[in-house]
Design a protein around this ligand. Structure first.
Ligand code: GDP
Length: 303
């Protein structure tokens, strides 16, 4: 139900176009596939992914001897789900959280993508699952970042560990870890700076923060979540490449999917970068974060 509301723009646009295509073509032929490719690309599915997808679709249509475009709809959904998971099992790729020790989640991403908001939402979600959560205000660079995280900390009802603006992020994270340990917290979520103007500095800062986490907590960071703005298409893809070159990104939080008709980016990210989308942002409120499930997502598109 959440997908249905949050993904309304993508759903309306996508299912509208597919239904229109089916009504206009009736017969499955080369022109039909070509227009289908255009529809998928316009939903930001990504050219490479669309090629893979349509190739698989053509094979399946041939195998099942499908002639009528009406029958092709189900095969499209199947293939969309398949392209997302590849050879993996169809499962929600859950957050990696330890049961009986502190888990650390490092959150990275460029300014403005919705990093702070997503941290707040995730803290709320984990809190609701009965976890004791602490936040560390590791973005000491952007003006207002610490205060903004504080506001989200209040909303989610979790503690925020912070220092003054301009202080060493690694020191803040170190403090955060100690505070989390002494409070017997289950999860520490670490914010980081997101200025991309000076890529080398940013990446050095992230490595330093990561080293502190690795040193202080065995097995940590348990997740490195990259937050991407789902409305930015190829820009999001290139950010994903930059960050995954610099650090081991273990999952994506794709935000603002409620504000775009181009939700197909989810499929492109997974298929082209092989990083699972763990959460999607479907609004600005504290509860508007949804665990991503490709099956529900794809079938939601056609619902
Ligand atoms: P940061 O600079 O990456 O920390 O970005 P913020 O968390 O401050 O978010 C930037 C803007 O995007 C804010 O106005 C948020 O309300 C908005 N935002 C974040 N996530 C979502 C989402 O899933 N949906 C919508 N519609 N807006 C979002």
């Amino acid at each position: 139900a959440k997908y249905k509301e949050g993904m309304e723009k993508t759903r309306n646009s996508f299912s509208g176009k597919i239904n229109d295509l089916i009504a206009r073509y009736r017969k499955v032929d080369e022109d039909f596939f070509e227009e289908l490719e255009e529809v998928l690309i316009s939903a930001d599915v990504g050219v490479m992914t669309v090629m893979d997808l349509v190739e698989g679709l053509k094979m399946e249509v041939k195998r099942q001897n499908i002639k009528d475009t009406k029958e092709v709809k189900d095969v499209i959904s199947e293939k969309l789900v398949e392209i997302y998971y590849g050879d993996d099992d169809e499962q929600i790729e859950e957050l990696r959280i330890e049961e009986d020790q502190l888990s650390v989640i490092l959150v990275v991403g460029v300014n403005g993508v919705g990093k702070t908001t997503s941290i707040g939402k995730l803290a709320h979600k984990l809190k609701q699952d009965g976890k004791n959560v602490v936040l560390a205000a590791g973005d000491t660079f952007r003006a207002g970042a610490i205060e903004q995280l504080d506001v989200w900390g209040e909303r989610a009802n979790v503690d925020v560990i912070k220092q003054s603006a301009g202080s060493d992020p690694a020191a803040v994270i170190f403090d955060g870890i100690n505070a989390a340990k002494s409070r017997n917290a289950d999860v520490l979520i670490c914010d980081t700076a997101g200025r991309l103007q000076n890529k080398v500095n940013l990446m050095n800062e992230l490595s330093k923060v990561k080293r502190v986490i690795e040193r202080e907590v065995p097995g940590a960071p348990h997740e490195v979540l990259l937050v991407l703005d789902g409305t930015t298409g190829q820009n999001a893809m290139s950010q994903a490449k930059t960050f995954s070159d610099a650090t081991d990104v273990t999952g994506i939080v794709l935000t603002k999917l409620d504000g775009t008709a181009k939700g197909g980016i989810v499929l492109a990210i997974r298929n082209e970068l092989n990083i699972p989308v763990k959460y999607v942002g479907l609004g600005e409120k504290v509860e508007d974060l949804q665990e991503f499930n490709a099956h529900a997502f794809v079938y939601g598109l056609f619902a």
